[in-house]
Design a protein around this ligand. Structure first.
Ligand code: GDP
Length: 356
């Protein structure tokens, strides 16, 4: 499964957030380097539609889609030079498909800030500089090899061109994901700033309700998406029953928990979407890449479904709710039989027809 790596300076609240993500008790101590080993936490993608489907079909259980997060140990200024956490950090972050960068916005005199003061803009610049430096080093190491191989005609020149263009962009201080360059020829390099990013601002309650402050912070990271949460509140929310959690959210001016936001935005940032199946046993969301066609979607349930794919019977969630049942949806012409070229849409409720 695709994973999102959580990174950030020490003491920004990564462990606290990760704790909430996994409901496990990861050490959340007040000193740098408290978290060393990468851990994985899986969170469910919130989807109210599953509840509705379960009612319509009388399903015994609901199985939502999920997103995996990997906690990657703290990064400090100079990390790419071997100070702080070097190679292990880089190896772990390289494996992540997207990055969630946690940035500290909360003020708490009891919690040491590695650079002495809370300043989200500086923190972003520190981390981005480290990631860009690491990418520059990777490219500079690869360039002599690429040059040699292109000369020998054992490598397509597009690889060398992409590497050179990426190097130039990094030297101008640009994150590769925001350059619009075609980096496919140098995918093997696993460049860190070429990955999709989400920025998680761990802020005080006062910021959660401050639209103009949030807009300022959003502007620092645009066009990447920003999530605002209070990691401490998130870790309280997970222990509450749904009603109390809803009350706490409302009291802090939020309509959706930070973890739900993170799961939703993370899922989209990974380029994923879901389709739905429903029956008396379960109502379930299945994860597919955005733009996947019907046979590929069927293959997520079982490889035999893809191999023997005949048709997909598709009813949109909205039509199903409106008609109230599959039988009614069919009667009203709302059930479509789609073939192998059908591109799956968000909210499709599907039943596959296949040969075994
Ligand atoms: P990490 O080093 O990035 O993993 O940071 P931790 O999660 O260990 O947090 C460092 C310290 O900051 C801990 O004492 C946390 O309790 C505290 N902390 C984390 N998030 C918040 C927050 O949103 N508000 C406040 N006031 N403290 C927080």
């Amino acid at each position: 499964a695709l994973t999102i790596g959580i990174v950030g300076l020490p003491n920004v609240g990564k462990s606290t957030l990760f704790n909430a993500l996994t409901k496990n008790n990861v050490l959340a101590a007040n000193y740098p380097f408290a978290t060393i080993e990468p851990n994985v936490g899986v969170v469910n993608l919130p989807d109210e539609r599953l509840k509705t489907l379960a009612e319509i079909f009388g399903s015994e259980r609901i199985l939502p889609a999920s997103v995996s997060f990997v906690d990657i140990a703290g990064i400090v200024r100079g990390a790419s030079e071997g100070e702080g956490l070097g190679n292990q950090f880089l190896a772990n972050i390289r494996e992540a498909d997207a990055i969630a960068q946690v940035v500290r916005g909360f003020v708490d005199d009891d919690v040491v800030h590695v650079d002495g003061a809370v300043n989200p803009k500086n923190d972003l610049e520190t981390i981005n500089a480290e990631l860009m430096l690491a990418d520059l080093q990777t490219i500079e190491k690869a360039l002599p090899r690429y040059e040699k191989e292109v000369k020998r005609k054992t490598l397509d020149p597009s690889v060398l061109e992409a590497a050179t263009a990426a190097k130039d962009a990094l030297e101008r201080g640009e994150l590769l994901s925001q350059t619009g360059l075609d980096l496919a020829p140098i995918r093997e390099l696993g460049l860190l700033t070429a990955k999709p990013y989400i920025y998680v601002f761990n802020v005080d309650e006062s910021v959660l309700t401050d639209a103009s402050r949030k807009a300022e912070l959003e502007a620092l990271v645009a066009p990447a998406q920003a999530v605002f949460l209070d990691a401490k509140i998130e870790s309280e929310l997970i222990d509450l029953d749904p009603e109390d959690a809803a009350e706490l959210l409302e009291a802090t001016g939020q309509t959706e928990s930070g973890l739900d936001q993170l799961a939703r935005i993370g899922f989209a940032t990974l380029g994923l979407q879901t389709y739905l199946t429903a029956g008396p046993k379960e109502s379930r969301a299945w994860t597919i890449p955005q733009g996947a066609k019907a046979p590929q979607a069927a293959g997520v349930i079982h490889t035999d479904f893809e191999k023997g794919f005949i048709k997909a019977e598709v009813i949109s969630f909205a039509d199903l709710v409106e008609t109230g049942s599959v039988v009614e949806a069919r009667a009203k012409g709302k059930a479509r039989l789609e073939g192998k070229d059908y591109v799956m849409q968000d909210g499709d409720v599907v039943e596959f027809r296949f040969n075994v």
